[in-house]
Ligand binder design. Sequence first.
Ligand SMILES: N[C@@H](CCC(=O)N[C@@H](CS)C(=O)NCC(=O)O)C(=O)O
Length: 208
Amino acid sequence: MADLEIIGVPMSNYVRSVRMLCEEKGVPYKLNPAFPHTPDVTAISPAGQIPCMRHGDVGVFESKGIATYIDKAFAGPKFIPDDAAGAAACEQWVSYGNVKVDRWIMRELVVPSVFFDKEKGPDTAKIDAAVPEIAKVAKVLDDALGRSEYLAGNSLTFADMNVLPMLDYGMMFPKSKAVLEGHKNLMAYYARLSARPSFTNTAPPPRG
Ligand SMILES: N[C@@H](CCC(=O)N[C@@H](CS)C(=O)NCC(=O)O)C(=O)O
């Protein structure tokens, strides 16, 4: 069978999530570090977004779609549960991650802290407005992690791999780090999961 190809630059949190899944399952893959909207990406993703995946004749875009394919197509431990309640819990936390964690940590704080007009400087009003929203998100995650060891119960699922790279970016910026650090269950979870080889082997390159 053809090699599995993960397409997307390693600084993308969503690329990291699907790479973490490959690492946890022990699935070999080749990373094609393509930027969004480049030909290898637009050949699969109509929106030009990363990650994409190619495996023989199969091309997939959207990280959750890619994760579902990898979890089903390859041997190894399962990270998307099969039972109805487990599958729903995993899906629920992936959606929450993509709608709330991604919005407030990545799009409203990390991205405007990194990409800005050099003459104008970062949009501090936008960044400051994200801080109380990050506090709400951190409380939701912290409460869930007070009830179970992982987001979707007591075993690791793709929902954890989805959210962890976003949390990691949040921990790199002082304003989001200060909020996240105030949440004991969330910090214990971050410390535990960030020690896993799937996390350390997929670290984004240092910011220049
Ligand atoms: N819902 C998508 C989000 C992917 C996403 O936002 N990718 C970013 C990089 S982290 C991207 O390609 N941005 C370029 C764009 O949106 O035009 C997924 O889960 O794969």
